[in-house]
Ligand binder design. Sequence first.
Ligand code: PBG
Length: 332
Amino acid sequence: MMKFPCYRARRMRRTPGLRNLLAETSLSARSFVAPLFVKDMKRRGEAIRAMPGQFRYSPDGLLFEVEKLERLKVPAVLLFGIPQKKDDRARGAYSGEGVVQKAVRKIRKRFPGLVVMTDTCLCEYMSHGHCGIVKKTRNGYEVLNDESVELIARTALSQAEAGAHFVAPSDMMDGRVRAVRKALDANGFEQTGILSYAAKYSSVFYGPFRDAAGSAPRFGDRKSYQMDARNRDEALREMALDIREGADIVMVKPALAYLDIIREAKDRFRFPLAAYNVSGEYVMAKWAAREGWDERALVLEILNSIKRAGADVIITYHAKDAAKWLAGDIPI
Ligand code: PBG
């Protein structure tokens, strides 16, 4: 017998129906964005060695994958491009015939209800793999901020012209959100949104992505433009700046090791917030599953944590699988 009035916590948890009824977080495919790699190539698709279960698609091959996602009610995709040729001005990034631009046009035509987002970065198109223009200096090299921002704005405009609903600058140069907003508005794309990689940490968790996109820097690292894992105030400053410059959604990246940042940003800004469950987080879950862990339970626990932390939008390579599991309607 209970000696005092008491919340019947354990009793509530015993019944799956009650557990679901009282759940505070509701994860659904509606908050997923599926990242997809599109490559300028003849073959329809090729497996990405570093990311089990993920593929690079040709612009045509991509449509089959997008169709599956749409059927599972995943509302949005985020496109990364892998061009045939790279150079030191990232020309492939802002060419009207660029691989992402082609893919966007095809997706918009075939799937009018789908939200199309494009990663707006130069690194996949640069021969050296950095997110901006590199200048040699006496002591090594420097990534030029303002010159890079110009190319990033040009890339965003060309993606909007192809039909992207959202452009997603991921380079972390200063002032790029304002420059992108200005370029879009000046050319009649007031309706195109900006998803800003606002708090992007310099992270080991991006390793598999760089293999997938062939975008690892050939020299140096990204520490001069991506954030230090030890910093919290800086993340909030970056997000405040991007909101002021005109971002429509701000992002924290990676997600799992930065759940505190997600929660703090949500509490502070009450602004649409995305979290990027990045390649390394995906691969860790895949490896654990290979070792016999319950993949469904693991992935849903991870995605629920990101949701609970405060993310409105979750960018995740698990989107297709998780959408399937969630549609299965089995209590978690
Ligand atoms: C491009 C970019 C990266 C990721 C997204 N956009 C790589 C990087 O900054 O090195 C990483 C995504 C992932 O790991 O899934 N700047």
